[in-house]
Design a protein around this ligand. Structure first.
Ligand SMILES: Nc1nc2c(ncn2[C@@H]2O[C@H](COP(=O)(O)OP(=O)(O)OP(=O)(O)O)[C@@H](O)[C@H]2O)c(=O)[nH]1
Ligand SMILES: [Mg+2]
Ligand SMILES: [Zn+2]
Length: 298
């Protein structure tokens, strides 16, 4: 019997995944039990079945797990990352609610979040930068860059981190990835083409290492929905940094921060330390998660 092999999951597709061994060998793998849900960034124990294939036996404990969930299913995005880089752009217009979902998910998962504003070479980027200023006030690093002409500001933020790029289709995640690795590793597509065909250019998640084995960038397919059903109301409330100091100060212990009198969160909006926009997101995400009766959390 051989000593157990270990490796890093660098690609996940529907039925199989690719695992990279310490010596750089890549194996096409299937998982042993159906329950074994893998994510890029997972450390796994596997057995090799031939030169190019293996079977994943177990997944090592995860330092972090970034994933989305609704009432019916969950979708793992990345494991063991230290940072979520939310990529937005002026064209096509990004959805503010999705950005807020990623920020909340990162906070609730104990992973740092940054916001990359791509395509600053476009004139429309100035207005987007203005709209994003409020996130800087909340403490998030907002990084303007151009995957096409100057990706250096993002390169700097990704240094020494294990990051996942997340964003809607067409924001330029793969374009950035290619700039980082210095080759056309990932296919990118014209916005018009991508939208016309209704297809996302990137169809599965892939992990790339940069300067060292411990510096990752994970490119993920564009996302249009992002459920937070795996978090409780308390976790979601805690994930809004500006409301954190006043949590627990509402008159009613079970305050939902809607129309209740002496609500500390509504008060924060009235006095200008928080925005009604963000309170609306908090209300929406909390009521969504409370509509899901029970959830088996990771
Ligand atoms: N003007 C400009 N266009 C860019 C820039 N970065 C990316 N694009 C364009 O945006 C389009 C989408 O880029 P992709 O990298 O494929 O986008 P993606 O986020 O990976 O999209 P999905 O894989 O579908 O999630 C391509 O046509 C790119 O050429 C940029 O910095 N400036
Ligand atoms: Mg892509
Ligand atoms: Zn309240």
């Amino acid at each position: 019997m051989n000593a157990p092999l270990t490796g890093l999951v660098i690609e996940t597709q529907r039925r199989h995944s690719v695992v990279q061994l310490a010596d750089g060998t890549r194996l096409n793998c299937v998982s042993k039990g159906r329950q074994l849900q893998l994510a890029c960034g997972d450390q796994v124990a596997l057995s090799r079945t031939n030169d190019s294939e293996g079977v994943i036996e177990t997944i090592a404990d995860r330092a972090s797990l970034f994933y989305r969930a609704d009432a019916f299913k969950e979708k793992l995005v990345a494991a063991n990352v230290t940072q979520v880089a939310c990529i937005v752009a002026p064209l096509p217009a990004y959805a503010d609610e999705l950005l807020n979902r990623w920020l909340v998910c990162a906070e609730a998962s104990g992973v740092k979040a940054i916001i990359g504003l791509n395509k600053v070479d476009l004139v429309e980027a100035a207005a987007t930068a203005n709209a994003l200023a409020m996130y800087r006030d909340l403490g998030y690093d907002v990084v303007p860059f151009s995957a096409k002409f100057n990706h250096a500001p993002m390169r700097e933020r990704l240094a020494g981190q294990r990051s996942v790029l997340i964003g809607q289709s067409g924001m330029g995640k793969s374009k950035l990835l290619n700039a980082l690795v210095g080759e056309e590793a990932q296919r990118t597509n014209d916005i018009s083409q991508a939208l016309d065909s209704g297809k996302h250019t990137t169809t599965f998640t892939r992990l790339f290492t940069l300067a060292s084995d411990d510096e990752w960038v994970i490119d993920s397919p564009g996302m249009q929905v992002f459920g937070l059903a795996h978090f409780s109301r308390t976790q979601i409330e805690q994930a809004f940094p500006e409301f954190r100091p006043v949590l627990g100060q509402c008159r009613f212990r079970d305050c939902k921060h809607l129309q209740e009198p002496n609500c500390a969160l509504q008060e924060a909006v009235r006095t200008g330390t928080a925005t009604i926009n963000r309170l609306s997101y908090l209300r929406r995400f909390c009521s969504e998660t409370e509509a899901v009766p029970h959830y088996e959390r990771h």
